[in-house]
Design a protein around this ligand. Sequence first.
Ligand code: S3P
Length: 184
Amino acid sequence: MTERGKIIVLVGIMGSGKTRVGQALSKLLALPFVDSDREIERMSRYSVGEIFEKFGEGEFRLREKQIMLRLLNDGTQKVLASGGGGFIQPEIRHEVQEKAISVWLKPNINVLVERNGRNNKRPMLQGSDIESRLRQLMDVRYPVYAEADITIVTDGQTPHDTARLIKMEMDRHLGRKGNSAVHV
Ligand code: S3P
């Protein structure tokens, strides 16, 4: 697959806007949008919460790995929103680095606390103070998300604005690779 034809994978912590921005980006680029958590739910016939509850996090990570590897290798260019822990799994990350362009969405902590406070369905944030749990996860995960090809600080923009910014940054990123004459 050429650099220009690559899958675009959005990575970032829970509440960073991967789904909303991914939908806006897929419209802008006229590409299909796939959300890996929804794919896991479709294949498993359980919600993410139910998978954690019934089978545990380890089983969720296995399913996440299977589905991400399949989506990265099905030959279809797409915008792919990964779950917050997807890029943290080494096998997924290596495949993303090999097959896709990765974009880290990075809002500030206040935005993350506010968004995750509104959505209390996330198993990784159950039973603890949301801000301290997010900070713990950020300590571990941010150095790994930083391996993405492109980082976008998303404070205050609409999903559409963020999508436009990503498109510009992707053009720059691909331009640096000497491919700028071809359009996505
Ligand atoms: C997780 C993030 C969730 C989902 C699961 C685990 C994580 O996805 O995959 O609850 O470990 O960060 P979102 O980031 O889309 O909420």
